[in-house]
Design a binder for this molecule. Sequence first.
Ligand code: NAD
Ligand code: DEZ
Length: 382
Amino acid sequence: MNILYDIAMPYADAFFSSLGEAKAFESGSLTCEALVDIDALFVRSTTKVDETLLQKANKLQFVATATAGFNHLDIDYLEQNNVKWYAAGGCNATAVAEYVTSAIFQLAFEDEFNPFIKKVAIIGAGNVGTALAGILKGLQINCVLCDPPLQKIGDQRSFVNFETAMQADIICLHTPLATKGDFSTLHMFGSDELSKLSEHQYLINACRGEVIDNDALLSCFEMGKKLNVVLDVWENEPFIKHELIPHVRIATAHVAGHTLEGKARGTSMVYDAFCRHFNKKNVLKLEQFLPDFEKNLCVDPSFSPLNQLFQMVKFMYDIKKDDGIFRSRMAKSEAFADIRTHYPVRREFSAVQTEFAADTAHKKNNKNVAQIAASIGFKIAN
Ligand SMILES: NC(=O)c1ccc[n+]([C@@H]2O[C@H](COP(=O)([O-])OP(=O)(O)OC[C@H]3O[C@@H](n4cnc5c(N)ncnc54)[C@H](O)[C@@H]3O)[C@@H](O)[C@H]2O)c1
Ligand SMILES: O=C(O)[C@H](O)[C@H](O)COP(=O)(O)O
């Protein structure tokens, strides 16, 4: 079995060389000639898998992406050519939910609002939306879900319509990019929707850039409209509209899902899918590979509960740091792809052992914070 895989997949060599003759490629350098005699191709989101790439693929049976989104796969073409495909839905749901949590805490700190009394709308209640709703529930933040496709097929959760979601204080986008059909998400936020947002609302896009019309967004800013927008994803990555950057409250280079766990889970889910498809036993498990997290987190009990939680979230993921790197690097060059390739190791909340410093004066306070922290994924030491 000849396998080609994106070198940016953590532990790929260990996982895939157990399945056959496995060779890595660097995203951007893959040519159609490289697909000759290849049985399985494993990509991440930056490789477009379509007729152009596959024109010389004479043996291809299986294509998998180690990412949740799969709009870079030409599904119609793959299905017409009897190539089985797979996307690792859910692999990085926790990572994106933690990214959004860090964004909300950061904005609360900067704008001096209390996040616990805000209402959040999650548009797209799949793997990421559900993970985010779980964290918000743990934090006791009121949240509503908007997902017409799930509502239509009878998902038993309670949903609101788009207009109601638009009234929330914080609107988080977690849909796929769909360019056709009844539930198209392309430019879901165009000039009409953007103009309806008030300067007190926040719009966070960590799904796909094209869900917000970036030209319309820039026009709003240029006309002097005050909008609080967080963008992890942009139209036309990696060649994004630089003029947007100074207007955006938090700007990052499509890294919301880039925890080590999120990326490595993608690798192991692709391995499992391959094993299922080719009827092989999946002997390797992700837990064998993930290293222990070296640092311990000790929470200062004299802080308010909000600040203790902010301290914990920031310790694991400081979104402001990514924003700072993005702004300084993007000011000088087309650094988008490079920032992503050299992204430092980021771990999920569950990787760290958290301790609350002994402090009898704040004992009850600490117990509450520890319970909340545990409910959003932190491991609390006894
Ligand atoms: N920034 C990142 O690093 C990052 C990481 C993971 C995923 N993503 C993106 O986020 C998307 C969501 O990821 P997921 O794992 O939750 O996918 P998912 O398929 O589990 O969930 C997507 C949900 O969106 C809903 N949806 C579709 N069209 C909709 C519409 N018009 N209005 C409202 N809801 C709609 C679907 O019914 C589904 O429940 C992915 O498709 C991917 O593009 C980005
Ligand atoms: O859809 C996804 O899973 C994400 O967008 C993913 O994090 C993209 O990561 P990439 O393959 O571009 O590194």
